[in-house]
Design a protein around this ligand. Sequence first.
Ligand code: E4P
Length: 218
Amino acid sequence: MKFFIDTANVDEIRKANEMGVIAGVTTNPSLIAKEGRDYAETLKEIAAIVDGPISGEVKATTEDAEGMIAEGRAIAALHPNMVVKIPMTTEGLKAIKALSAEGIKTNCTLIFSANQALLAARAGATYVSPFLGRLDDISQPGIDLIRMICQMFDNYPDINCQIIAASVRNPIHVTDCALAGADIATVPYKVIEQMTKHPLTDQGIEKFKKDYLAVFGQ
Ligand code: E4P
């Protein structure tokens, strides 16, 4: 499983990129709005930092296929690594079909059922983004959805669509997604940091330092 970082904060993106663990970035209108900066400029700056797929979503105010296609073309023109994120609706599927016919990569977002994922894959989406945390929030096990989509896509070798496990909230989500077989997990910076931690690692570092200093000094 690969990692993308799920943020529009360029400082967090730079830090994660320097660690060498991220292969791409996902954003959404909420994440970009949180940064309070120009939408397109933020995406361009992100694409200049990470050499991998960068998902930029059509604005939440665009609901018809024509509008999404026009916006998708503009997002794709920002950088060769841009992936156009489109919500799962009938209009969204039409936009995915049109954009993928033009060779533009798409990420179908707000996936909450296996059937939605299958439809997006058949429309030509490069990626689907099932949201596990938001399902957990309403007492439905989100990981079951990731497992179902992995199994469904495995049944049909002609499906090339990659699964991005999204709405990842903690390190257990990450482990579960990797065991389920998700292609990618997109994770907030906080979760990347949490994943690096283990109390025995900290204790081990302290003991190595103490033992070294006792014999060799500074
Ligand atoms: C990524 O594609 C999604 O936009 C994101 O993971 C949503 O996460 P949230 O449910 O924590 O807002």
